[in-house]
Design a protein around this ligand. Structure first.
Ligand code: ADP
Ligand code: MG
Length: 318
């Protein structure tokens, strides 16, 4: 079942400044299915926040169709089932963490009697149980993100929208946030995760859309995005030898620390390689398909395109 359906979504911002009109989203069509963690990945300015705001009903699309849980975006009926952690949020700093969660509970119409218990439960879920009585102004960036995640979960939403949730969060916190998202998914709920950090999306998302300059460049499962067809890593005592392989079978493309890497024409070709190595009495320990990290896959994708750009920065950010 689709929780979100976007069809031919276009968003043009009209600005009075010299930049003129900005096409933030250009004919974006995608579905988000119930129970998945869907990652929206792309460099800064790609249109991720705009897309999320449109499906929350905060921003209106210029043209195109948006359906959220069977309703138009921002409809009261769908809004109460959605949780949202905005990018660069500024929660009232005079509130304590507990105070913020109680405010969030009241704002989404929860009965007062239920709010405190739920807030305490969520403080524990995000690892903030010792900090509930501390004012937000004393929180670090990572603590702000944790409390932000907790307020997004206050109404036990069916769809959780997180815009750059791990911004400023330390590595331990990142793992903990990932565990929270996995728990949410295990309850059959859906998560939309915006991020410019490949490694983060890769570790948690089921499917990923790569957005660049307002367009979806690719939409696929993480495993499809990262598997490369017919390349195998063979762990074997080949030393630094290159094994001669007939062209119709494939070729050895590298000598590696533990063996060799081959590229085959057909999957069955692996048998030829095994026979060849065994005939030479070379020990084989393992054979594995080569997987690319999402980062490599993304850069290959961008490089494949004749149009320039889309990438910004290195080291895990796109
Ligand atoms: N309110 C706005 N007015 C004008 N331009 C905007 C506005 N919001 C975003 N943009 C522009 O739209 C493009 C996409 O922005 P955004 O959706 O924030 O991307 P991302 O979240 O991927 O960084 C950028 O070029 C940005 O400058
Ligand atoms: Mg953004």
């Amino acid at each position: 079942m689709n929780i979100v359906t976007l069809e031919q979504l276009v968003k043009i911002y009209h600005t009075r400044m010299r930049r003129g009109n900005i096409t933030a989203l250009n004919e974006v069509s995608l579905d988000i299915e119930q129970g998945e963690i869907f990652g929206l990945l792309g460099p800064n300015g790609a249109g991720k926040t705009t897309l999320m705001k449109i499906l929350l009903g905060i921003t209106r699309p210029t043209t195109g169709q948006v359906v959220v849980m069977g309703l138009p975006p921002g409809d009261a009926g769908s809004r109460e089932k959605v949780g949202y952690l905005p990018e660069n949020h500024r929660f009232p700093s005079h509130l304590t963490g507990m105070g913020l969660l109680q405010l969030a509970g009241r704002m989404c119409g929860m009965p007062t009697s239920a709010i405190k218990g739920r807030a305490e439960e969520l403080l524990a879920v995000v690892g903030m149980d010792k900090w509930g009585d501390t004012k937000i102004r004393k929180y670090s960036k990572g603590m702000m993100q944790r409390i932000g995640l907790a307020q997004a979960l206050i109404n036990d939403p069916d769809l959780l929208c997180l815009d750059e949730p791990t911004d400023g969060v330390d590595p331990v916190g990142k793992v903990e946030i990932r565990q929270v998202l996995e728990k949410v998914r295990a309850q059959g709920k859906t998560v939309l995760l915006n991020s410019h950090l490949l490694s983060e999306v890769e570790s948690v998302a089921d499917r990923v859309a790569i957005l660049s300059k307002g367009r979806v460049k690719r939409l696929d499962s993480v495993s499809n995005l990262t598997s490369r067809q017919l390349e195998y890593e063979i762990e074997a005592d080949v030393g630094d030898r290159f094994i001669e392989i007939p062209e119709e079978i494939g070729k050895q493309i590298a000598v590696t620390a533990n063996g060799m890497r081959v590229e085959l024409k057909k999957k069955e070709g692996i048998n030829y390689i095994i026979d060849e190595l065994r005939q030479r009495r070379i020990n084989i320990y393992s054979i594995q398909p080569v997987r690319l990290s999402l980062e490599q896959s993304f850069f290959e994708l961008v490089q494949d395109q004749s149009t320039p750009g889309g990438t910004q920065g290195t080291g895990g950010a796109v």
